[in-house]
Design a protein around this ligand. Structure first.
Ligand code: FAD
Length: 466
């Protein structure tokens, strides 16, 4: 890890001159607020030395230059909904909040794109697009709290990825402040481009280590007027998984195919006080959303879906209302009913390997002292494995979790998978990324980081050891 200087009064004075006194905070309450993100395990918390809220890219650029001058690390924070400790300042220094960069700058209806500052909440982007008759297709379950810049930084997935792809597929261009403090525009609203390296795509998914994203230009889609959400209930996970290739091969082109095991069904219905959840005692849920531009097409696709679900062994096929989607969106939050500390893993495997991966996880966890629950974006092969600490000691939790994770990742890599589908690496999975990434690929990542950020100022301790 690089050697950093402690935050001096001189550095703070210069910061205040750039962003203004009221936006530079060092009081104990503020520092305590930003010691963690969604992380609940106190051993992962880290107090920053100072928290700042700059107004725009110019101020951010000046701050980054100061951090280089004084050798002080800087961690960007969006909505703080990350679950890999990405926004925790593990080396101390500055936490930079993006909350004041909250303007939607332009909605271009002819060109079908939207330009926004990076601190806008994802749900506000979605609403603004909808109001103009368009769809912004990025849709993480945390949309009400996360920011569009955070989605870019983690390359968030979400509920519409099976049809529209993940965040990187929704982006035309980004503006960044580089790790040395220059403001640079990358990309353009073009359908095609082969003009040099694709720099905007390198920044997307770099988790605040290669630049601070200050502005984004997002693709808009036509908003399909017809929609139906279907809930298929199964008894066995393998039956539920088997619908995916059939739906894809039938050309149904669904917007979402989501999965909740029965533990999730029970906990979320309790969490949301939804006593009428269908087959809550034993059912495994698959939610399929289909959207079309033609009513007859929707009817036809629903008939096809019904037949596929029955063929795969569904015990019931119903229309899903908002409460079913609320259950799916609250899989993570509802685990707080079971355990204060839990972990959500995020492995991704080729879609045709998903059934085997789930079978392996269910078999493997039997050797371990924690309960398992799985929710998944099954249309994308992306599984969220949730484990609860319950009353295990820190040592028991740590060693069992490490061994279990090692087994799961080894299996996933042997079957063409990766250890993070959409949540990123942060500080939490750094060692695993270093262990599982081929040496040549890891070294290329290190070289890029060192070339862009020679003083290792941006988000140190994240993704890999630079
Ligand atoms: C209930 C719940 C549901 C979730 N569902 C999903 C889901 O369906 N799909 C999914 O992909 N994720 C999901 N997540 C995880 C999380 O919401 C995403 O990773 C999200 O993209 C993080 O955005 P954020 O603004 O909260 O970023 P933060 O948590 O603040 O930061 C995340 C990382 O991005 C960096 N960062 C933030 N803003 C910027 C910026 N402007 N420039 C550069 N770097 C930046 C930070 O330094 C950090 O490394 C969920 C989380 C929760 C709590």
């Amino acid at each position: 890890m690089a050697k950093y200087n402690t935050v001096s009064e001189e550095f703070l004075e210069e910061l205040r001159a750039v962003v203004g006194d009221e936006y530079v905070r060092t009081d104990a309450v503020t520092l305590d607020t930003y010691k963690t993100d969604e992380e609940k395990d106190e051993r992962c918390f880290h107090l920053p030395d100072v928290v700042i809220s700059p107004a725009d890219a110019q101020e951010i650029a000046a701050v980054v230059k100061l951090c280089n001058k004084y050798l002080v690390p800087l961690t960007v924070r969006g909505g703080g909904t990350g679950i890999t400790d990405g926004a925790i300042a593990v080396c101390g220094g500055v936490v930079l909040l993006m909350e004041r960069l909250d303007k939607i700058i332009e909605i271009n209806k002819e060109g079908m794109y939207l330009v926004a500052q990076a601190g806008v909440r994802t749900i506000d982007i979605q609403k603004a697009a909808n109001e103009q008759g368009f769809l912004y297709a990025g849709d993480p379950c945390s949309a009400e709290s996360c920011q569009i810049g955070g989605n870019m930084a983690t390359n968030a997935g979400g509920n519409k990825a099976v049809r529209y792809g993940v965040t990187r597929n929704q982006v035309y261009a980004v503006q960044i402040v580089t790790p040395t403090g220059e403001i640079v525009d990358l990309g353009a609203p073009l359908k095609k481009c082969s003009t040099g390296y694709c720099m905007e795509q390198l920044v997307i998914g770099s988790e605040g280590t290669l630049g601070i994203i200050t502005q984004v230009t997002l693709k808009l889609q036509p908003l399909p007027p017809y929609r139906l959400d279907l809930l298929a209930v199964f008894t066995y996970p393998v039956q539920a998984m088997s619908v995916v290739p059939k739906i894809i091969k039938a050309g149904i082109n669904p917007t979402s195919i989501e999965y909740m095991d029965n533990a999730n069904v029970r906990t979320t219905s309790r969490f949301l006080e939804f006593s009428g959840a269908p087959h809550a005692d034993e059912g495994i849920y698959v939610i399929v959303t289909v959207e079309t531009f033609n009513e007859d097409e929707l009817d036809m696709k629903m008939e096809q879906l019904d037949a596929i679900c029955e063929e795969c062994g569904a015990i019931d096929v119903l229309e899903a209302d908002d409460r079913i989607w609320a259950m799916r969106r609250n899989c993570l939050e509802s685990v707080s009913l079971i355990s204060k500390v839990c972990t959500t893993d995020d492995v991704v495997v080729p879609v045709d390997k998903m059934s085997d991966m789930v079978k392996f996880i269910i078999e493997t966890v039997k050797k371990y002292p924690f309960p398992l629950r799985i929710n998944a974006h099954i249309g994308d092969g992306n599984l969220h494995i949730v484990l609860c600490k319950l009353d295990l000691s820190d040592e028991e939790w740590e060693s069992n979790l490490r061994r279990f994770t090692q087994e799961v990742y080894t299996y996933a890599y042997a079957h063409g998978g990766r250890l993070a589908g959409e949540h990123g690496i942060g500080a939490k999975k750094r060692e695993f990324l270093e262990e599982f990434t081929p040496a040549g690929e890891l070294e290329l990542m290190r070289k890029i980081k060192r070339a862009w950020d020679p003083n290792l100022i941006l988000n140190p301790g994240k993704v890999f050891n630079a």
